[in-house]
Design a binder for this molecule. Structure first.
Ligand code: ATP
Ligand code: MG
Length: 561
């Protein structure tokens, strides 16, 4: 491609709305442009990358027996009502005005629609169906460029099996394919176990990359590879030690003492002697949640225990429920459900609120004084705590989800009546799995992991072009003719070549553009080297420069790539 006529609007300045490096560089390198919040166009060079990502995904999906579909993005609302997902998606679902249509945010419903009445016998199973297609989600906070868009490309696949054992096989195939896809794209990623949220699945894993721009927080152990979303992550923190002798309960006057730190100061006690109380509401019923010291309640874990949504009680509800305001609430005499973090198991001689403003209780024995207390893991894991698996120190950081694999089970097949007949003629719901990859996220995350102060650093698999020829001065006949020759020869050899044949542009400007665009190799055609029949090749990643004979160029380039 000749840069003189190719639409690549590079920018020198940092766009004001872009913060993270991939977003800045995708705009500066002329790969994308924003149309409206969360809605982007891929410009010609950016779309080359998209197509390469799609091709890698397609090859690996085909390799596990996937069959490619193309489903409509415009869906009748009715089918989404049948699975209850108009409500589940809520405001994230785009509705089409004046028609009972929605714009599909994912395609479980439509794939199940095609399976219904077609996959009717055990002989029709298993099936792996996939597509690479546009999805629509009215994300409340589109940000980080294409990483969280309102319209984006997803590879989504769906498996149909007769049993959970067979689903395990389909799931394992996807796990393998996903690793190959991300490896081939050159991404550094890790896999975490996760809760599957609105999808309603039983087991799921997320493929993540570490990034400050991420909206997920994960706990990760470098030593053994343990990785989990903090929503479900565990660590090996010590429980409190039970004292030999239990003291009697005593009420203590604690004026204006509200927080755990204030209590510790006031009574000259340690954080580990205090139980912090929080009241949550679940389906209209209060629950007292007890944590050791300043440990934070993990609301996702709490929700997994209650099985439905929880919210913190409002300050004006507390008095009615517990008889006291925040800061004075405690477990002794509390009339509703009480659950406590595992660290508090068998605790005695503890301090907590007295359910009476300005009073606390001391000498609380969790076994003696709190009947019907239940214990669970309720903590938010913190960095540097020890790993549940190997005891090494855990790292906690932000990450971006690249892909997600779910064991769906029969939720959708039951809702939509997708059944098959077994050998005995008995009817069963088909067992489904669903698996997604964000195409734009692969794109942006690759840049997040491969850039320097000058620009993007592509490597062969996703790079828009293999080589970037820079003709230093088009006015020189020697340079322009040689550059033309190299350009056509390399194209004939099957390389993808970008050729900076722009006239009237300084060498410095061309070098800066080449570094910004970031092709793996630059071939610099200039007078000095040409005199000896040579050109200079710069390796973008290392900055290393080598001199090659023009006649040997194509072999050397093949080796370098
Ligand atoms: P997130 O938690 O980041 O919103 P999700 O759990 O909603 O992701 P899935 O429904 O599992 O995502 O979708 C499958 C894949 O599609 C994700 O792993 C991600 O790569 C991609 N994806 C999801 N939402 C977006 C979006 N708004 N913009 C770009 N890609 C997205
Ligand atoms: Mg989402």
């Amino acid at each position: 491609m000749r840069l003189s006529s190719y639409f690549v609007p590079t920018l020198k300045e940092i766009p004001s709305d872009a913060i993270i490096p991939s977003h800045v560089l995708m705009i500066r390198a002329g790969l994308i442009r924003m149309v409206s919040a969360g809605i982007y166009s891929f410009l010609p060079m950016g779309y080359r990358v998209v197509k390469k990502i799609i091709e890698i995904i397609r090859e690996e999906m085909d390799a596990i027996g996937g069959q490619e579909f193309h489903l409509p993005a415009l869906n009748p609302k009715e089918i989404w009502e049948q699975t209850g997902r108009v409500e589940a998606f809520g405001d994230t679902l785009f509705h089409v005005k004046n028609r009972d249509y929605v714009l599909a945010p994912t395609h479980e419903e439509i794939m199940a629609f095609h399976a219904k009445g077609s996959l009717t016998s055990y002989k029709d199973l298993p099936q792996i169906w996939y597509q690479i297609q546009t999805k629509f989600r009215n994300e409340p906070r589109p940000r980080s460029g294409v990483i969280r868009g309102r319209q984006f490309l997803m590879k989504d696949s769906y498996t149909f099996d007769r049993s959970y054992e067979d689903l395990d096989k389909s799931y394992a195939l996807h796990d393998k394919a996903y690793r190959k896809i991300f490896d081939r794209c050159g991404l550094k990623y890790f896999v975490v176990g996760a809760s599957s949220g609105a999808m309603g699945g039983s087991k799921s894993e997320e493929f993540m990359v570490k990034s400050e721009a991420g909206e997920d927080t994960v706990a990760y152990c470098e030593n053994c590879g343990y990785a989990a979303n903090v929503e479900v992550a565990q660590s090996n923190v010590q429980s409190v030690k039970r004292n030999e002798k239990s003291e009697p309960l005593k009420e203590i006057y604690t004026p204006n003492v509200k927080s755990i730190d204030e209590l510790c100061n006031f009574l000259k006690i340690k954080e580990e002697q205090c139980a912090k109380s929080r009241i949550y509401i679940n389906e209209g019923n209060p629950i007292l949640v007890l944590m050791l010291g300043n440990d934070e309640v993990n609301e996702s874990k709490l929700q997994l225990i209650t099985g439905s949504a929880v919210r913190p009680a409002h300050p004006d509800e507390l008095k009615e429920i517990a008889g006291a305001d925040a800061g004075s609430i405690g477990p002794v005499g509390f009339k509703y459900r009480i659950i406590a973090d595992n660290r508090l198991k068998n605790a005695n001689n503890m301090f907590s609120g007295a359910n009476k403003n300005d009073y606390h209780l001391g000498g609380i024995d969790f076994n003696r004084d709190i009947p019907n207390i239940e214990f669970f893991d309720l903590r938010i894991v913190q960095a540097n705590e020890s790993c549940v698996r190997c005891g090494s120190k855990l790292d906690v950081f932000k990450a971006i989800e690249l892909g997600h694999i779910f064991k769906l089970g029969t939720k959708y097949s039951e809702a939509l009546g997708v059944n098959y007949l077994d050998e005995k003629g008995e009817e069963h719901p088909i067992v489904m799995g669903s698996y997604g990859i964000g195409v734009e996220r692969i794109f942006a995350c690759f840049i997040e992991q491969n850039y320097d102060e000058k620009g993007i650093v592509w490597s062969k698999p996703l790079s828009p072009f293999d080589v970037h020829i820079i003709a230093l001065n088009m006015k020189s006949k020697l340079i322009s003719e040689t550059a033309e020759l190299i350009y056509s020869r390399l194209k004939e050899e099957g390389f993808e070549v970008l050729y900076d044949d722009r006239d009237g542009i300084t060498a410095g400007f061309k070098f800066n553009d080449a570094d910004l665009l970031g092709m793996p190799l630059q071939i610099i055609v200039g007078e000095k080297n040409l005199k000896d029949g040579n050109v200079e090749v710069k390796i973008r990643k290392t900055g290393e420069k080598r001199i090659y004979k023009i006649s040997e160029l194509h072999q050397e380039i093949k080796k370098l790539l």
